[in-house]
Design a protein around this ligand. Structure first.
Ligand SMILES: C[S@@+](CC[C@H](N)C(=O)[O-])C[C@H]1O[C@@H](n2cnc3c(N)ncnc32)[C@H](O)[C@@H]1O
Length: 186
């Protein structure tokens, strides 16, 4: 997130997919950007809500309690789309399409190498060879794709890609329905 936010970026909010309790969403909010943070876990969202409140950022962080197997972002809507510690090949094209022109997509997930030390890791949860850069739709430029060896937790790969400023497919489309609901911790 730090690397993505350090780049020249267009105006617009940040989307953090499978956010967890999320340092990333809070880092983005600290720059003054609005952040939409999505996770299926009540517990993770509660922790994030509490921390956002403690830092006076409640107004900047919209929490979405949703299953990313089904939830999809609005196309062309986010200056940064980030997903770390989660991989879903079916979600990736919609996540890329949610990046606005000139915006950045960041993704970090386990590689097949991680299954050597974590054989219980389902195959669907790990990146294939060359992924996720190989799955980028036309109009994206790969800024970096980096191997992150980790002998204890399992190897990961990190992608940073930019959507071309003139990508004709990236125009924000009409908002049909934005079903973001404020998430309040008890
Ligand atoms: C390893 S954590 C990563 C959290 C955070 N992105 C980070 O890097 O610290 C994976 C997160 O994915 C969430 N998750 C798992 N399956 C999900 C799904 N189907 N839909 C939404 N979130 C999901 C979990 O609740 C968890 O918070």
């Amino acid at each position: 997130m730090v690397a993505a936010l350090a780049r020249p970026l267009p105006e617009g909010p940040v989307l953090d997919l499978a956010c967890g309790p999320s340092g990333s969403a809070l880092l983005a909010a600290a720059t003054g950007r609005r952040v939409t943070a999505v996770d299926v876990s009540d517990a993770a969202l509660s922790l994030l809500a509490e921390e956002a409140s403690r830092r006076g950022m409640t107004g900047l962080v919209s929490l979405v309690h949703a299953d990313l197997a089904a939830w999809r972002p609005q196309p062309g809507s986010y200056a940064v789309v980030l997903c770390t510690g989660y991989w879903d090949r079916d979600l990736f094209p919609a996540a890329a399409d949610a990046v606005t022109a000139g915006g950045v997509l960041g993704w970090e997930a386990f590689t097949a190498g991680a299954r050597l030390m974590r054989p219980d890791l389902p195959e669907a949860w790990v990146l294939g060879t060359g992924e996720p850069a190989s799955l980028l739709p036309p109009g994206f430029e790969t800024l970096s794709q980096q191997e992150l060896p980790d002998a204890r937790a399992g190897a990961k790969r990190r992608l940073m890609a930019r959507r071309g400023p003139g990508d004709p497919r990236s125009g924000s489309r009409p908002q049909l329905s934005v079903a973001l609901r404020g998430f309040s911790s008890r």
